[in-house]
Design a protein around this ligand. Structure first.
Ligand code: BT5
Length: 324
C-alpha cells in the first residue's frame, strides 16, 4: 500500500514545475500541516532537495538517492524504454515478474526494477546475490524482430551497452567476458541473463536481466565468491546514485538499440572487440562433453565465440564456460 510519504513524493514529482503549498499538500494527503513539514524534513535527510518559498510552498528540485518508480521515471529521457516501469522494493526475481507481464502482453520496452531480490538467478539456475538495495537489479522486456537463433546477439549487445553507460561514470577498464559477464580487473561485477519465449521462427519476447553490483563493500558478498567479485564502489572508492545510473542505462540502451537495428550486428561486434576480456589470450573452454585450450579471437555474427585451437583451427563456441 502506498504510504503518505510515497503519496507526497508522487505529488511533488507531479508538480515539479510549480510550487505546491503546505496547505494543498495537507488537504490532498489528508494529513496535518505539521505532518507535512515533518515528512519534508525526513525527505531532506534522505537526500531530496527542495526549493521552499514562503507563501508559495515547496518545489522538489532533485531526489538523488532514492530509487522508486517515480524517481526513475521522473525526467527519464527515453522514448519507449522504461516508459512503462514497474518498481518493487522486494521480489523473488525481476525475471519472473517480467515473464509474467510479457505473457500478459506487456509492450516491448517495459522495465522491471527491484531494490532487493530474494531469489535472483543466473544461468542454469545459479544464484545471483542481490538481496540488498546496493545494486541494480532489473529486467527488460523486448520484442525484437529477429529470428530466435540470433537472440544471443542481444546478450552481447546488452554487455556492450552497459559498458557504454558505466564508462560515463567511472574511468575503469571494464571488460566483457563472453558471453554475459562484465569484469573490472579479474573480478565480476555484472551479469546478464537473456531468456526467451519463442516459436521456431519467431521471438515472442525476450526478458533481459541485468545485475550490476554498485555500492557493495567486499564483505557484502558470500565468502565463496568474495575473491572473484567486485562492485563499482569497491573498484573506484566512490558511492553511486543508482537512480541516475538506471536512467543513463536506459537512455544508452535505447540509443544503441536503434543503432543496432539500423546497422546490424557489426555495430555490436566492433564495440565488443574493443572491450573483450582476454582477447588474443589463451583460455580453457569448458563444455559439457569436452574441454580444451584455445585463444580467443573474437565473436561471430550469430554471437558465438571464435577461438583458435592448438591445432590451429578456428572454432565457433556457442555454449561454454571460459576459464583461465
Ligand atoms: C549471470 O549468471 O551472471 C546472470 C546474472 C543476472 C542477474 C540479473 S539481476 C536482474 C535479473 N533478475 C534475476 O533474477 N536475474 C537477473 P551466471 O553467468 O550464471 O553467473 C552466476 C554466478 O555469478 C554465480 O554462480 C556466482 O558465482 C556469481 N555471482 C552471484 N552473484 C553475484 C554478484 N552479485 N556479483 C558477482 N558475481 C555473482
Amino acid at each position: 500500500k502506498e504510504t503518505k510519504r510515497d503519496q507526497l513524493i508522487n505529488l511533488l514529482a507531479q508538480n515539479e514545475k510549480d510550487f505546491i503549498s503546505g496547505q494543498a499538500v495537507s488537504g490532498k494527503l489528508n494529513i496535518s500541516r505539521t505532518a507535512v513539514w515533518k515528512h519534508i524534513n525526513e525527505l531532506k535527510k534522505d537526500g531530496y532537495q527542495f526549493e521552499a518559498v514562503p507563501k508559495k510552498g515547496y518545489r522538489l528540485i532533485s531526489s538523488p538517492t532514492s530509487v522508486n518508480e517515480t524517481t526513475i521515471k521522473w525526467d527519464l529521457k527515453t522514448e519507449w524504454l522504461g516508459q512503462t516501469l514497474i518498481f518493487k522494493d522486494e521480489v523473488d526475481s525481476t525475471q519472473n515478474i517480467a515473464h509474467q507481464l510479457a505473457r500478459e502482453g506487456a509492450e516491448s520496452g517495459t522495465v522491471v526494477v527491484a531494490n532487493k531480490q530474494l531469489k535472483g538467478r543466473g544461468r542454469l539456475n545459479r544464484k545471483w546475490i542481490s538481496h540488498q538495495d546496493d545494486g541494480i537489479w532489473m529486467s527488460l522486456i523486448l520484442r525484437p524482430e529477429m529470428p530466435p537463433y540470433q537472440a544471443s546477439q542481444m546478450t552481447l549487445f546488452t554487455a556492450v551497452s552497459v559498458v557504454d553507460t558505466i564508462s560515463k561514470f567511472v574511468k575503469l577498464p571494464v571488460k566483457i567476458k563472453w558471453p554475459n559477464d562484465l569484469f573490472i580487473g579479474n573480478k565480476k561485477f555484472c551479469g546478464i541473463l537473456t531468456e526467451m519465449q519463442a516459436e521456431l521462427d519467431h521471438i515472442e519476447y525476450l526478458v533481459i536481466g541485468i545485475g550490476l553490483n554498485i555500492n557493495q563493500k567486499q564483505t557484502a558478498f558470500p565468502t565463496e565468491i568474495q575473491s572473484k567479485t567486485t562492485s563499482l564502489a569497491i573498484a573506484s572508492n566512490q558511492h553511486f546514485d543508482r537512480k541516475t545510473l538506471i536512467q543513463q542505462l536506459l537512455v544508452d540502451y535505447e540509443k544503441n538499440y536503434l543503432e543496432f537495428q539500423r546497422t546490424g550486428f557489426s555495430y555490436v561486434k566492433d564495440k565488443w572487440i574493443e572491450n573483450a576480456y582476454k582477447l588474443g589470450e589463451n583460455v580453457f573452454i569448458k563444455m559439457p562433453k569436452k574441454s580444451f585450450e584455445a585463444t580467443i579471437k573474437g565473436i561471430s555474427d550469430d554471437g558465438a565465440l571464435l577461438v583458435q585451437t592448438n591445432q590451429n583451427t578456428i572454432e565457433k563456441v556457442y555454449s561454454a564456460e571460459i576459464h583461465w
